[in-house]
Write a new protein. Sequence first.
Lengths: 527, 460
Amino acid sequence: MSKTRWLDALSDGTAGLKTISSCMSVCDLKNDNYYKLIAAEISFDLEIKPRLRVYKGTQVVHDQNLPGIPSAVESLYIDETHPKMPIVAVSVGPSILFYRNMKPYFKYTVPSLIIEPLEMEIWKKLVSDRSDNYQKHIDDLKSINTSELSTLSQQLITLNDDEREFFIRDNMEPKLERLPTIVAMTKIYKSIEEEKSSNCLIIATESSDILIMDVQSFNILHQARVCNFKATPDLLSASGSFQNDFKIVIATREGSLCILRKNWLEGREIVKLENPATAMCLLQIDQTIVVLNTVLAMTFGKLGLEDHVLVLVTNNGSLLIKILKRTAEFSEPLSVESKTTEDSTNMTVAIPKKTKIFIEQTIREKENASAIHNIFQSELWRMRLEAAKTTIDILRTGDSTFSGDYQTPLKLLAQVDGLGPDFLLTVTLENISATKIAGNLSILLHADPEHYKIKRRYADLSPLMPGIPLEMDFQVSVALTPDNLLPSDMTTENSIIRVLIIKENLSKPLIASTVVMPQPELQLLIT
Amino acid sequence: MDPYLKSLSLFRRRKYEQCIEICNELLNNNPSLQGPWELKMRAMTQRVYIDDIEAEEDAVTDDPMDTEILATAPKPGTSLRTATAIKAGQRTASSRPRTSTGRPLTGVARPGTIQQRAGTSSLTGNRTALQSGRGNTARNIRLGSASIFSLSDNTFNMSRLNPSVFAMKSTVAKILFQVLYYHEGDVKKALDLCNAVMELNKTEAGWWWLTQKGRCLIAIGNARLAENSLRSSLKLLPHPDTISLLARAYCRIDQPLAALEVCKIGLEKLPNDISLLKQQGRIYELIGNLPTSVRTYKQIIQLDPMNTEALSCISVHYFYNYQPEMALVYYRRLLSMGLNACELFCNIGLCCLYGGQLDLVFSCFQRALRLAISADQKADVWYNISFIGLNIGDLDFARRCLRICISLDGGHASALNNLGVIAMKKENSTKAKMYFNLSKKLLPENDEIKHNINLIENKH
């Protein structure tokens, strides 16, 4: 299945491309809807200058030198004018080189950081002091944290003793600058979140600053710290647009992941990883691709005429291009079983809105917790007592459909059929004990003889097996007056029949239930 | 004071019994006086008067003798019968418990024209009878159950009354109709009177008689004829009563959408009429469209902040949507309106329990118990108290409450079901099975009970 999803478009073992993920970018360089791969070639041999290459399909169409080792390559759109031509930004040291139509367009250097006053003083002394006592001053310089020294001082420290004098002489008018190196770049949309709409460039520097730059005017729009503690950014990932809302996730060399949102002056740490992250990418797919050599760099995006292309560069310089099939299906067909579990786990509990009253009540609960608890507990005992009392009453009168006797637990059900004045009373008696047989039982129907005529008032019952209900029918008719009227003192309240279940040798009935009889439909009798 | 004036004053002060007594005296002295006659009839009607438009809508029951059933498998949302099926998938509605006929519980219990519980043959107290197959024979009789107040008076014998004679006396006819309909509960005779009046006056009979005819026809179950009569009455005057009755007629023949349409048209003519809005809210509730129903009730609250039905329905909605604190607000408003009922305190207690206001829970339930008069009410209160036991984990207390509930009302299926669950927790599966089977007999359509039975049967 996995093999069918990818098409191997190119596997060029002789490409000789050595690069890193952040130095690869895909864009529609000529606005002809044919996406090209821009990659900075970084040789491990320092003698060979790094180069910026553009691949159209599999062919190198452009190749030019870069002034230094690049740290990131990004392609972006600077304005909304047509034709939409992207510019390519390459960060080299503290500067960003912008290329338009692959021609140098602008060079931007990030602003210098504050120079330590002590360092300035030392340099003054170094320059003015003609004595050869450099060593003391250099030791003073070493007392300052290396990362807070200017590049000049850093160079001085690393030099041999005999070279230092020349170095100082060469720099008699020292221009002390602390330019932070750019470590990573990414882009967000400026306002409209559409493909090929104008972007803002996000720059992460060695000095833990995140700069958001307007690439039209090359102004810094927003500056923020990566985190509230020392954390050097390493990788950047961003989404959203500058004017609405954006999120920047920063992976640091110290191993933490920080998030920076709009208007924040400082990022917040969200995850602390044990080891620094080596690559960060918004994953759309979950797939394993087997490549023969170690992958050095990869990027994913539009290339050529395809929408989803994965570009891989391995450590022996091979360039692999893999196209994701347009028909590739990544959601697996769920089996019926997993679907049901999915449903139950995905079922979100409808949590209602927190109302003001709810919060007020919660506050009240918090403040008077002990008092509420005490009242509840004492009232609970009172209610338990009341329940127990009522239960005893019910047991005493047997006025229940359940028998309260533990020896013979029974359940009685009654059903009245008929329109009247003749009714059929069906009594169902069930032994609800698990094992015991209930024997020696009899049933008695008790009613006002002025109101009801019952054919059979009394019956001895056969022993009841557990779980097998016994049904009995009784014919009951209303004692009508000679002219077919209800007995005068009969009302809805007193038209009842009491059903008693009696056990031999027991003075009180097991069940004394009341069946309320329906009013007979005398109209039917008349008409 | 002149006895007639005195009786008039008594009538206005709603002292109907005394008013009738004075009228009786007057009539004994001189049976030909028309004033006391009319007054007496009105007093008798007023004493037992129940606004039958406000009365509980009967469930659309499958009447084997009804030959006018059209569709046996109606489209979803168009029938009251399928209301359950539509809403089963929606979470908001499914959380609300259903009545024995499967419709979502409503917030108020309105006085019923017949027994509230379908088929349970008027069992009060220790209800042991199961559903009996009595069907709808009692449907059309005894609106206000006037027979309870059978006064010993033989001044007139309604059964020997000749409608065509009274039809000519226009002033008496209306009063007589009301006596026949509300006091005597003799719908047939009332209908005869309507017909007689209309025959006499032909087209000039007026909207009132057409509406009353429709009312009688609905009562005797002939909703289709009622529709014609009510429609022609509406042409003369769009009275809210007529519209409500027409909506009810459509509900009877299971056409809730037509009923809603009638209400909608009525509301265009009579905007913000509360009785029509209420009718609309009820029908939405019946067909299971709870959000719209609640919206309608909220509209009523805007117009009439003291409307009990709307307040109760909204609070029920909030309660079953996990916002007991909001429900409590509405119940407290009902309480401050002076409603002092067992059910209200029971509901407030439940709201307090689920809203975490534990100190008030028991005082509410104790008050509810004290106010509970009928065994049904007591059973319900004890059933609800059992939830405190279930919530604090005191299963014995919960079981005891449920047993009390069962002994008060043998047909309380939910209590039996809960007893079964408690028995299951205590690993007494035979007992649990027995309880579940019993409750299934009482509520055969309930999904929870079915589920429990499946659970216990698969376990063993």
